[in-house]
Design a protein. Structure first.
Length: 366
């Protein structure tokens, strides 16, 4: 099922929770709506489910206008944050509840039950009550109940927010596996960037009611279109600069680190334009030898302020003499003697430096 939002607006009085949303959710995708609290992602999901009415615009399922169709007639399966399980019913009875409303023939009823218990690996827990299950098991019951009706679209509203870190990782794998098995178009709301990057086929980033960018997780991480997204999706070094021009395919940006060369730009800038550059901490190459090569592109001479050793990686917090800050993440770090206060020579490759329009406000927008 393909879902399309056409110029959808949702207002509460004079406040626009969702502004002129145009978005296509592809058939069979696991599509994430990502953004900080209050950005409009849950309101978008509720309009899709029919639980909120759009102020204007259209919501289409495979080209059919569903904007004013009641929630019960949309063929939607939904999993809420709190799971909404009946505590007095067993796992089996909870899952059967939606199927009984469909009045299926006995053979089809049993087939559906066997199928979802297998998908969600709940057969061994079918006769238990929700209070006898772990958080992850309860989450799978809610998922099984939504899948049993074979929805046109499955909606997940921050389904892992109540789980501990270990269970969240386990349930990420479960949801990804179930999505691959069923192929149901799934829309997943979260504020957790790692969930969206690790699971999604597509991710839409929202901010203050606006859709900012929709892309694959990999492209969203490496090619954000705004400074806000660069900082919101993972960690990055965002540095203000002035555009100085282009020579031999490389852009020159004047910054507090000196001139930085980049081969990546999302748009054309005029000489003298105020802009920002973004490069990820893992792209910063730290020299541990004390004898760096005589010539390095984009040398970054900085003072080490703080070092955090994490075993598989090491995080460097550094700054220049004029208080420009820089982060570096080194994976599989070698033994070294660097300490707080030492001068560190590092560099970043031009292909890892992305030029973006400067933004005065990098807050969540809420």
């Amino acid at each position: 099922m393909e879902v399309r939002f056409e110029n959808v607006v949702k207002k509460y009085g004079d406040f626009a929770a969702v502004k002129d949303l145009n978005l296509t959710i592809k058939n069979g995708s696991l599509h994430f709506l990502l953004g900080p609290s209050g950005c409009g992602k849950t309101t978008t999901l509720r309009m899709l489910a029919g639980l909120e009415k759009a102020t204007s615009g259209k919501i289409l399922f495979d080209g059919k206008d569903m904007t004013n169709v009641p929630a019960a007639d949309r063929g939607i399966g939904m999993v809420f944050q709190n799971y909404a399980l009946w505590p007095h019913m067993t796992v089996r009875k909870n899952i059967e509840y939606g199927l009984k409303l469909k009045k299926l023939p006995p053979g089809e009823f049993k087939k559906r039950m066997d199928e979802v218990l297998d998908f969600t690996q709940l057969l061994a827990f079918a006769e238990r009550y929700p209070g006898q299950l772990s958080g992850g098991q309860q989450q799978r019951v809610a998922l099984a109940r939504a899948l049993a009706i074979r929805p046109n679209v499955l909606l997940l509203d921050e389904p892992l927010s109540n789980l501990d870190a270990k269970l969240r990782l386990e349930m990420r794998d479960n949801i990804s596996r179930i999505h691959k098995q069923t192929g149901i178009t799934t829309v997943y709301v979260t504020h957790d960037q790692k969930e969206s990057l690790s699971m999604g086929t597509h991710v839409s980033v929202m901010r203050a009611g606006d859709l900012i960018q929709t892309d694959s997780p990999r492209r969203l991480y490496h090619y954000p279109t705004t400074a806000f997204i660069a900082g919101f999706i993972g960690e990055t070094n965002l540095i203000n600069g002035v555009y100085k021009g282009t020579e031999k395919g490389l852009h020159t940006i004047e910054t507090g680190f000196g001139n930085i060369l980049s081969s990546q730009s999302i748009k054309d800038f005029k000489v003298g334009a105020q802009l920002a550059i973004s490069f990820r901490p893992e792209a910063v190459q730290v020299d541990f030898t004390g004898k760096p090569a005589a010539v390095q592109v984009n040398p970054l001479r900085v003072t080490l302020e703080h070092l955090t050793y994490l075993g598989e990686s090491e995080q460097f917090q550094m700054k220049t003499s004029n208080n420009e800050y820089l982060k570096a993440n080194v994976f599989n770090p070698p033994d070294h003697s660097l300490k707080d206060g030492d001068v560190v020579v590092s560099h970043v490759a031009p292909e890892d430096v992305l030029i973006l329009p400067r933004e005065k406000d990098l807050s969540s927008g809420t």
